[in-house]
Design a protein around this ligand. Structure first.
Ligand code: SF4
Ligand code: SF4
Length: 450
């Protein structure tokens, strides 16, 4: 393994808690391959945090790649664009990988991938134009969060953001698409970094990478050493490899020592965090005008015949993507997951559409059990120590069983980011993340009743 170059800064802080997970970056050597055009895509109206979109096309209408097919007036949202050319065959509802039922537009592909004739690079004269264009791109955080990018870039006038952190940590096991983006698309990333620097005049841009991806630093050095960076604003930073290092608030703490209070946003502490692939995709949009219609995903796990990194039109079914990777090695996989093994969602079958925020599809064979048989709590406190937010998952589980909403609120259950560290470390095999999710739902239901 290469050494980290000497001019790369080290983050001085380590995150609190967390767990040392096996990296399993089996596809790190696999360049991203484009899958053949699927016969059908299903595009969900909820592919972002915020208000769902409403269809603006009708059944029977012909659409082209990049044509806007759904939108809303809500600010916290992102429009949806056709990812294949063809005909809208249905507008209905479907269950999504994250267990939410949402509106879905089905497009039968004509196989031609005809580009929408109206696509052109956006004309930008000021920051308002820039933000409007980012919204039109349909771009959301591609690291898994799905937060609309234009919302993140919109800083209220009373706040001052001096630092942009570009998150290339990719700390979940198996997933390697951001790693590949850094290696294979470093030019687009470089241009994206300088596009943002020119637009927002950040004092500092930190590209943060975990110390287990040493070769990435050599590719990214040209970004930090670009002639446009006269003030040396762009820096590379190495972070101690530990899950969930890539979580936004933890990243800000490790990189800058700034603590984002509960209920506050990164902008409240003068910084902003963007995923690395989001930045290079942003640049490609400003260059071509083509909105977000496809994305890269890692396909891996013991039940996948040929693990790969693929690029697929958004809305392609998990089954089509698995088929492109040689299919499953077993008829009855133990688990199919949309996302990583720590924060992803288990799917009951492969007939789910992929979303903008899906960065991986994993499938595991029987026998690969990371779930231990559940026993009574041993009161060992490991879950508390592993929680990066210092929550008390075992106590929350007890309060959930008693329906004690006041205690759940008092111990900060709502702030749980569902990282899975507590469940991973629990020797009693307690499904603590599911309990935390359920507890959060109970709190929300109670709040809507009031
Ligand atoms: S899932 Fe929630 S409670 Fe468990 S470790 Fe992560 S943040 Fe803490
Ligand atoms: S880690 Fe598991 S066994 Fe230990 S206190 Fe937490 S819930 Fe109980």
């Amino acid at each position: 393994m290469k050494q980290i170059p000497h001019d790369v800064f080290r983050a001085v802080r380590r995150i609190h808690g967390g767990v040392p997970v096996p990296h399993q970056k089996n596809t790190a050597g696999c360049e991203i391959t484009r899958i053949p055009t699927p016969t059908q895509v299903m595009l969900s109206m909820r592919q972002h945090i915020g208000a769902p979109c409403a269809p603006i096309v009708k059944v029977g209408e012909r659409v082209t790649v990049g044509q806007k097919i759904a939108d809303t007036d809500a600010f916290v949202s992102a429009p949806i664009h056709a990812s294949v050319s063809g005909t809208v065959t249905a507008i209905g509802e479907h269950l999504l990988p994250n267990s939410i039922r949402a509106g879905v537009i089905t497009i039968e592909s004509d196989g031609l991938m005809t580009l929408c004739p109206e696509i052109a690079p956006p004309i930008v004269q000021n920051t308002a134009d820039f933000l409007k264009a980012v919204r039109e791109s349909g771009l959301v955080g591609l690291g898994g969060a799905g937060f609309p990018t234009h919302v993140k870039l919109t800083v209220p006038p009373e706040k001052h953001v001096d630092t942009l952190i570009i998150n290339a940590a990719e700390c979940e096991p198996y997933i390697t698409v951001d790693y590949r983006e850094c290696l294979d698309q470093s030019r687009d990333l470089l241009r994206g970094v300088y596009l943002l620097l020119e637009q927002f005049n950040f004092k500092r841009i930190i590209i943060a990478v975990e110390d287990n991806k040493t070769d990435v630093f050599y590719h990214l050095q040209k970004i930090a050493q670009d002639v446009r960076d006269r003030t040396h604003a762009v820096q590379l930073m190495t972070l101690k490899s530990r899950y969930p290092q890539g979580a936004e608030k933890l990243m800000i703490w490790a990189a800058l020592g700034r603590k984002v209070p509960v209920g506050a946003l990164p902008a409240d502490t003068g910084c902003m965090v963007l995923n690395v692939t989001t930045v290079s995709t942003l640049y490609r949009y400003f260059k071509t005008g083509k909105p977000l219609v496809s994305r890269s995903l890692t396909v891996d796990g013991s039940a996948v015949a040929e693990p790969k990194n693929v690029r697929a039109p958004i809305g392609t079914s998990v089954r089509d993507i698995l088929d492109f990777c040689g299919g499953l090695t077993t008829e009855e996989p133990y688990k199919i997951i949309a996302g990583g093994p720590m924060m992803g969602f288990a799917l009951p079958h492969a007939d789910f559409p992929t979303l903008k925020q899906n960065n991986a599809i994993l499938a595991f064979a029987q026998g690969e059990k990371f779930v231990k048989p559940e026993r009574n709590c041993l009161h060992c406190g490991r879950c508390n120590r592993a929680c990066p937010l210092s929550l008390m998952p075992a106590k929350a589980e007890g309060a959930l069983q008693l329906g004690d909403i006041d205690t759940l609120r008092r111990i900060g259950t709502e702030t749980c980011m569902e990282c899975g560290c507590c469940a991973y470390t629990c020797p009693a095999g307690k499904p603590l993340v599911q309990h935390m999710r359920l507890a959060k739902e109970h709190i929300q239901k109670e709040a809507t009743k009031a």
